[in-house]
Design a binder for this molecule. Structure first.
Ligand code: ATP
Ligand code: MG
Ligand code: FE
Length: 343
């Protein structure tokens, strides 16, 4: 089968066609970095308008790239949340209109499910169950993934997400937006031991995360004027990695029936984070896998792939055309899309 995927929950407008052989038949991604950069972060109204302007031509272009029409698609999968509601509505309404017009099943995808299943698009050998570190701009969680639709959250952040901490550090250092890749790049020429920074939650018996205190400490260190930007970036990145590996050690210590550690979400694109997780997994005698960086940050191939996975499930049912867009949508409970309210 082939699924058309649509992603519009943040500031990437993305469309992809993915088939059940794990081929990304065609895909396009339009970043809105230039639009949001002057504001130092994503402005929801600007994002929604940019999605609305770009999405329809991008869908046409992706189908054209593949030499296909909607009649060749077995389903249309669109992110239905969580995310910035205006952008989510643009993508979901477009998918509903196309589904209705072409009599193609609609699949409403939880964006986090897209991230959670993306490693299986990249790695055919990855079987359920696996332990997942989901680290992105809005989320920082450790999950058990037991199957499609079977996600159990073992840990979450009590304040900021890890990607948010990278973005705030970038802002403090004047690196612009988006910040994660810029911090990673600058950290390469810095000393990770130069700046003393806290490791919030390290040593706690529960595997939860906290990054607000780390960000404040970065701010104070920067304000002293004693440290170079590369040293601050490298020391921040090391502190963040120490937090993540310590928290995972606690979570994995409580699991004995899983032999694979997986990372997904935008921060999974970070090479130092990946390397630290690989070392950690080896220590636990676990296999480690991570999608290529382009599948870690927001994209539509992961949404189309989640649609392929849902289609293949024995209990597959298309979503009703009145399924709602949801600004908040936890992955682990109440995971069924809701109907009726608004879009
Ligand atoms: P969510 O998935 O939680 O809804 P999102 O969709 O906005 O949030 P993603 O696109 O999945 O987030 O990830 C973006 C985040 O990843 C940003 O915070 C960005 O700074 C971070 N990020 C991207 N590349 C890197 C990198 N190389 N190193 C560190 N962080 C990175
Ligand atoms: Mg983005
Ligand atoms: Fe995301």
């Amino acid at each position: 089968g082939v699924v058309l995927g649509i992603e519009s929950s943040c500031d990437e407008t993305a469309v992809a066609l993915v088939d059940s052989e794990r081929r990304i038949v065609a895909q396009r991604i339009a970043s809105q970095d230039a639009e949001h950069a002057p504001y130092g972060g994503v402005v929801p109204e600007i994002a929604a308008r940019a999605h609305a302007e770009r999405l329809a031509p991008m869908i046409a272009a992706v189908l054209d790239d593949a030499g296909m029409t909607l009649d060749d698609c077995d389903a249309i999968a669109a992110t239905a949340g969580p995310g910035l509601i205006g952008g989510v509505m643009v993508g979901l309404v477009s998918a509903k209109a196309l589904a209705m017009a072409s009599d193609t099943p609609l699949i409403a995808i939880n964006h986090l499910e897209g991230h959670a299943l993306s490693p299986r698009l990249a790695d055919p050998a990855l079987e359920f169950p696996y332990a997942l570190l989901l680290v992105s701009g809005g989320h920082c969680q450790i999950l058990r993934v037991d199957g499609v639709g079977q996600y159990r959250r073992l840990a979450t952040t009590i304040d900021d997400a890890l990607g948010e901490a990278f973005d705030k550090t970038a802002k403090i250092l004047g690196l612009g937006f988006p910040g994660g890749p810029a911090v990673e790049q600058l950290a390469r020429s810095g000393d990770p031991k130069a700046v003393p920074l806290p490791r919030p939650m390290v040593g706690s018996g529960e595997p939860h995360f906290s990054f607000a205190g780390l960000k404040s400490a970065v701010m104070r260190a920067h304000d002293t004027g004693k440290y170079t930007a590369p040293d601050i970036a490298a020391s921040f990145q090391q502190a963040a990695i120490d937090c993540v590996t310590d928290r995972l050690r606690i979570a994995l210590g409580g699991i004995d029936d899983i032999d694979t550690l997986v990372v997904a979400g935008g921060v999974a694109a970070n090479a130092s984070v990946r390397a630290a997780l690989e070392t950690l997994a080896t220590g636990f005698r676990m296999r480690f896998t991570a999608p290529p960086p382009a599948l870690c940050t927001d994209n539509a191939a992961m949404i189309a792939w989640a649609g392929i996975e849902r289609l293949a499930a024995a209990d597959f049912k298309p979503d009703p055309l009145d399924v709602s867009a949801r600004p908040r949508w936890p992955l682990d409970h109440d995971a069924e899309p809701v109907r009726g309210a608004g879009v």
